[in-house]
Design a protein around this ligand. Sequence first.
Ligand code: ADP
Length: 716
Amino acid sequence: MDSSKPNSGNPLSQHIRLEEIRLLYGGTPFSYTASVVIALIIYSVLLDHVASQQNLNIWLSIILGVLFVRSIDSYRFAKRTQQQQLDNSWRIRFFIGTGVAGFCWGLLPWLGYSAEIEYFSFILVCLVGVVAGSLSTLSYRWETLALFLLPASVLLILRLLVEDKDFFTATSFVLLVFIFFSLSAGKKIFNNTQQNIRLRFEADSREQAIELMHQKQALHLQNTPLAIIEFDIELNVTEWNTAAENIFGYSHDEAIGDNIMRLVLSRDSSIEAEKLWQRLLNYEAVTGSVIENKTKSKQTIYCEWFVTPLTGDENEIVGIAAMALDITDKKQNELAIIKSKEEAEKANQAKSDFLSSMSHELRTPLNAILGFTQLLKYEKSLTEKQQSHISEISNAGNLLLELVNQILDLARIEKGHLQLSMEKVALADCFKEVRAMISPLAEKNDLSLDINIEADGYVIADYTRLKQVMLNLLSNAIKYNVEHGSVCLKALQKEDGLVRISVIDSGKGISQEQLQEIFLPFNRLNAASNIEGTGIGLSISKQLVEMMNGNIGVHSTVNEGSEFWIELAGNLNVEITSKHEEQASLNEQTLASKSDAKHNILVAEDNPTNQTLIMSQLEALGYTAELVENGQEALNKMVNNDYQLLLTDCNMPLVDGYKLAQMIRERGNHSLPIVALTADAFPEKKAECLKAGMNDHITKPVDLQTLKDTLEKYLG
Ligand code: ADP
């Protein structure tokens, strides 16, 4: 190892080394001066009493020479920088110098030998003095003491032993003991010195760290945006930083000693503050509590508080340390967001309410239009042209009804009123039914329709709503197709437990920009005006599929065609038994078979058009009926007549349909079948009717087939 390099190591050991070497060199001016004085005294005392004057001169010259060289060394050391003083060569030089000096002093009994015993004793005393003196200057590094003592004393002892006198033998023994104790004292002093240096260094470092911490704390305390406040158990403020001044408006001098509650609390938040205080008294720290505060200028602000109790020696609470962050802006933004959200919700609610009441109102006239049109379709006396006009009215009416139903659905989805009944839906069931419903449209448009009704497996969905979505996608695929085009419905098992149902058409496709907007409501994407549509089908389909925990998507290429797909949880690799029966559709045969049994039916309906319609419908189906205008009249009629069935509107003057059913049941008549006629298509309406004691519910516009089925169900 290169000894000239400063010793590396941790800061503590470096510090100890530096201290040591400085202490060693630092003692030299005093010890060298003392050595010169003692050497001169010895010389002058021994002059004329030594065995060889020349030897004494040599000794003095050597000792002064060594002291001179070492003084120069000490001087040069003092001029060096700290880093240079750490250089190992200074240690080595000091060690060598000490050894040489010890040896020189050891030469004294030889070169300054005196046959006169009192002079020799004088030498002895002087050397003992020098040895003792070295203890105070060399024991900072105990090896240096050994380096000095051993040559100095061993030579002295040898000299004593050479003289064949009991006195010297005894003296040399005492000297040996003295050296031993000096060395062990030196070792102890060395250890203590080391320990002292270490402790001093640690204390210095700690003091520096504390000082730095205080400086940092003071800096943070003054520059932080957090109000830092401390108060005692009497709630009197003891600490108040710049941020507290800025937030609450009181200067440091104004705040110190004043009551914290009076300074920062608004009256409204005193209950909260009391609760917070109780928590603190239970030694609980409070973090992030938002409290309404006030400033000096009586302005209301909101602060987030972080408060913790300060405890004394015996764990008693001696004060409170608190930090407060002014979050007034954030709070006001939050309040503004909540307000605008509430307003938006209100506006949305108003829109949904409007849509739902408007579509409800539309159903009543539609009931008449579609009902009478349906009746006219079976009028044999009409010409072909008149029949064609009736067909047009029927188509337009049905389109209007679809629009009304879709708007109702949209409003109910937005209001969160739409309830789904999720189940395992057999795809074969669903495919079969939609094929039956959609193939007339495909045939009319001269399109090939490919739907595999043998499909295995199931998806988790609401049966009716799934059908609604598939019918929407299929009718779009047909409507927006090209002449002699094709439409295909297929199902595919995906790896992640999902089943993808795709409707693929060979239509005109949709451009990339239009695809971005395709699921927005009331967006018909420039569809040709001769193609009937409302622009809400896909928007409802998307919401329905998402409510059924699925996804909907589309790929399309202009002039090639589109693929609309939905993905729902399910499995295609299992067989599942059919649950849903194919619904009977209205046809002329079933209608043709009129009822010929005599039944007494009572109809309660207040709207004149609806009155004429229902009576005509009943007549067309072969039933006879009596008509009343409200619930009260119905009750009166029932006193003297026996009816087999009551058909009643729900909303009527005096006694409405619900009240009527309720009163009939209360009067003990539980056998009369009561069927409601209502313009409300909501399932909740049906539940309300059943609750009032009715047996069934038919939604307006009343479909002849439904009316026929219902009457047959109760009248047999
Ligand atoms: P509607 O069909 O009643 O207009 P939708 O919400 O079902 O309303 O569809 C929105 C629009 O998306 C349609 O008007 C049509 O422009 C376009 N579209 C839907 N399906 C297809 C399709 N298969 N091919 C081409 N365009 C389509």
